[in-house]
Design a protein around this ligand. Structure first.
Ligand SMILES: [Zn+2]
Length: 283
């Protein structure tokens, strides 16, 4: 009887975990399909309406940035196939940062493609806790600030841009489109989420300093094509609509990149000074 109770308890909690995942309203809401599209050269958008995922195609297979929620993986797969590429040709999986909406699907993508999963060292503890369906989070290569990831003639550079998470990663690459070459920046995140503790954070004492450093790093990056972990960082929906109308490539937006960083930096400092005041430390 006791064993039965223990077993049924395990069964109930397993069921609850599965049900919780299946009913994650954010995952369902954020995974709505969005038309996949070419950004420039060998760089494509294959994410959902809310969650940005990028496919970089090469003659030796493809790189995917962001598996998103597990619920988003079939949406990404359909987008890759709609563009005429094979999901199973994905050889490398990268991510923006260790939050479920960007990297929860890593184990599932690895199961489907056998891709090598690479992640920033400082995000590993958070990623190891990310175990949908109790699957261990795959890590095939540990990345450090400035590391390069190369496949089939394309090289991406991993920039450590911490604050939002300890290993938050901004990806840069050069993309050739026709006879031109563009600097691409895929911002990991500079948002201070609701509830983030910037002052006296015991788990992450240097969080505010990390944000300050990250803004400096991002401002110094050359950027023609401005992208990010969520489409709303760079006005993806509006730019996609412009793409449909033809004309100049709307994703080439160095001014938008600078304006975005300025606006987010101001928001960060406003939040920081409010938290300092509440903590009685003044400005
Ligand atoms: Zn996040």
């Amino acid at each position: 009887m006791r064993i039965y109770r223990v077993l049924s308890c395990v069964a109930v909690s397993l069921f609850a975990a599965v049900a919780a995942r299946a009913q994650n309203p954010t995952a369902i809401e954020w995974s709505k399909p969005f038309p996949p599209h070419k950004i420039a050269g060998n760089l494509y958008y294959v994410g959902s309406e809310q969650l940005a995922s990028y496919l970089i195609t090469t003659p030796e297979g493809h790189i995917l940035i962001n598996s998103d929620f597990e619920q988003t993986v079939p949406v990404i797969r359909a987008s890759v196939e709609k563009l005429g590429f094979r999901f199973t040709d994905i050889k490398i999986l990268l991510g923006s940062h260790a939050h479920g909406d960007h990297m929860e699907g890593d184990a599932m993508v690895k199961e489907l493609t056998a891709a090598k999963v690479m992640a920033m060292e400082q995000d590993l503890p958070a990623l190891r806790k990310m175990m949908p369906g109790n699957k261990p989070h795959p890590i095939d290569r540990v990345l450090h600030d400035g590391d390069e990831v190369t496949l089939g003639g394309t090289t991406l550079v991993a920039h450590l841009t911490p604050g939002h998470t300890k290993g938050c990663t901004t990806w840069t690459m050069k993309v050739r489109d026709g006879d031109k070459s563009y600097d691409v920046v895929i911002v990991g995140s500079v948002n201070v989420n609701p509830g983030y503790i910037l002052v006296g954070n015991k788990d992450y004492p240097q969080i505010a300093d990390d944000y300050v450093r990250t803004f400096k790093v991002l401002k110094a990056l050359p950027c023609d094509i401005f992208l990010g972990a969520h489409g709303n960082y760079y006005g993806m929906t509006a730019k996609y609509a412009k793409l449909e109308n033809g004309g100049a490539n709307p994703f080439i937006d160095p001014t938008g990149y600078k304006a975005y960083l300025d606006e987010r930096e101001k928001a960060f400092y406003a939040n920081l000074s409010e938290q300092k005041q509440k903590a009685g430390k003044g400005n």
